[in-house]
Ligand binder design. Structure first.
Ligand code: GDP
Length: 327
């Protein structure tokens, strides 16, 4: 049995086999593994003076070019001297058991680079569980010296909000869409985005991409009025050709320094830690309610009554909580 101290030393020395074991530990739902994982996280959490890694979220619909962008961006960052970790939060994998994100075959050159580490999404558990594992994995990667963490997610359900709350800069990739097609972009994701990039701006699509970027930029101005601390730029790029990738990274760094100068960067990170704490409390309580004997015994009957209209949702919620309280 490897000890927590040995795990911590191995992680700090970036021994990949140890790192993989440590990540498996934080992903495990076994209570004894969870306890060890928390000890390990306390052991490797850096002091206040340690350098702070840059955490970047990347979202967009399947096919927009997230993997291709991560491959191009990752290689660019490594050429600048960074060490890059790629993690994924993939809500579909928690249902299907198969991860479509963070797939190493789609990031061929990055996957074999010793200065990169690609970890697919954990394939079991709730979105909350996956998010917890990903956050804790980020801490391990930072302890191993990775100074840029890229977190990929698809725009499904709550996953974007979840990832936006664990990174410093949240980026949104889209394709050239103008006019009515703009309506198809979820407003919620635009509100979360710190940097927007129109991908596949190559070949015959360069002009189209620029027009789309201008329109998106106007849409964003409505969300972030003049005088806002940060107004998200809308860039164009081609991940396959690599054009616009250095500019994408420059925008991430500008966002970071703007927040830092305003004292907002630290505040945001501290707030994320507090929010995370409460998220875990909520998840744990919900789990207790759902799995309690009382709730199990009334659940199907209450759900059926809500479906046939004989009980309102508010009354049904009261019934469920009463069953949990044992009344
Ligand atoms: P993801 O599902 O968002 O990760 O998208 P992928 O990175 O797998 O890309 C989906 C498809 O679009 C692949 O066939 C890529 O080669 C292609 N693609 C990605 N980026 C670009 C780009 O900048 N220009 C063009 N023309 N094709 C791209």
């Amino acid at each position: 049995m490897i000890t927590v101290a040995e795990l911590a030393d191995g992680v700090r020395a970036d021994k990949r086999a140890v790192l993989a074991r440590a990540i498996t530990l934080v992903e495990s739902r076994r209570p004894d593994h969870q306890a060890l994982a928390q000890e390990l996280l306390l052991e490797v959490t850096p002091g206040p003076d340690a350098p702070i890694a840059t955490r970047v979220g990347i979202t967009g619909v399947p096919g927009v070019g997230k993997s291709t962008t991560i491959e191009a961006l990752g290689n660019h960052l490594i050429s600048l001297g960074h060490k890059v970790a790629v993690l994924a939060v993939d809500p579909s994998s928690t249902r299907s058991g198969g991860s479509i994100l963070g797939d190493k075959t789609r990031m061929g050159t990055l996957a074999v680079n010793p200065r990169a580490y690609i970890r697919p999404s954990p394939t079991s558990g709730t979105l909350g569980g996956v998010a917890k594992a990903t956050r804790e994995t980020m801490v391990l990667m930072e302890a191993a010296g990775f100074d840029v963490i890229l977190v990929e997610t698809v725009g499904v359900g709550q996953s974007e909000v979840t990832v936006a709350n664990m990174v410093d800069t949240f980026t949104f990739l889209t394709l050239a869409r103008t006019g009515d097609q703009l309506q198809g972009i979820k407003k919620g994701v635009l509100e979360l985005a710190d940097v927007v990039a129109v991908n596949k701006a190559d070949g015959d699509h360069v002009v189209e991409a620029r027009v789309a970027a201008r329109e998106l930029s106007s849409a964003l101005r409505l969300i972030h009025p003049r005088g806002s601390l940060w107004r998200p730029p809308v860039l164009t790029q081609s991940a396959v050709e690599g054009t616009g990738i250095p500019e994408f990274w420059d925008a991430v760094l500008r966002h970071r320094s703007t927040l830092q100068e305003a004292g907002e960067f630290d505040r945001r990170r501290r707030q994320q830690q507090v929010d995370w704490t409460w998220t875990m409390v909520r998840d744990a309580i919900l789990g207790r309610v759902e799995h309690s004997d009382g709730v199990r015994s009334v659940r199907s009957e209450v759900e059926a009554s809500v479906q046939d209209g004989s009980l309102t949702p508010a009354l049904a919620a009261q019934r469920i909580l009463a069953a949990f309280d044992g009344r």
